[in-house]
Design a protein around this ligand. Sequence first.
Ligand code: 3PG
Length: 311
Amino acid sequence: RSQPVEAQDAKLEAAKRVKIGIYFATWWALNVVFNIYNKKVLNAYPYPWLTSTLSLACGSLMMLISWATRIAEAPKTDFEFWKTLFPVAVAHTIGHVAATVSMSKVAVSFTHIIKSGEPAFSVLVSRFLLGETFPAGVYLSLVPIIGGCALAAVTELNFNMTGFMGAMISNLAFVFRNIFSKRGMKGKSVSGMNYYACLSMLSLLILTPFAIAVEGPQMWAAGWQKAISEIGPHFIWWVAAQSVFYHLYNQVSYMSLDQISPLTFSIGNTMKRISVIVSSIIIFHTPVRPVNALGAAIAILGTFLYSQAKP
Ligand code: 3PG
């Protein structure tokens, strides 16, 4: 006997929720591993422009191999697609390199506390650049977000201006990336996974000349010798892990962005930061003062209020 339509709908809805739940859990777990290896690499080898380039290169290579071996079907793209992707790739490149520079200067937890303020940037950009207006609750939720981040920043034991500004620039760049990506993915036949693959490739092309200009092969080679002599030959596996996990967590996050609204995405992203902040404080024995932790908690609470207030 066929089930009533409502029962079938409820089943489909439940299955969709389970799928999104699995995506989110995988995204957070992969991101925690990325953050740990990324910081271990940066501690021994402080060249964030190169490590950001390597993570994009690794992702691009993994996807080219997947397309060539037909593990994944290659997307059909035209010039128009790459043209619309270009601003997304510029924003992705800036956001990625700025976050990595930040993490090379300050504790991982500090970068992510500042990055939990991303919804505030989203509101400000939408309000002042796109002319969107929001309910009063949204503006009010910015008070704990901005206040909490500010409290965490001024009480941070190892404050560093480059580290702070890197995380702020990354927030701004990623707001633009998310606005442009959702627009670019709408009505297109390219899946979330392939969209992110094309984004990595274009970002790699944009970033490579800048990485060579800012750091360059001479610095990289000298630093590499030092890192290998201090850590041992297995240092290369740390670099491989940070690159592979960077691609995987972003790929899964784009696979979920395909299915959910940008708002649900940003809530998922903030919850991800809680797991990164807690795990990195434990693993790297990061010193935190109670007032510093309070600032982080207020900022994260503000993000939840924001998600409740946003229409
Ligand atoms: C990066 O290197 O791109 C950042 O770590 C990304 O940060 P997010 O994906 O956690 O916003």
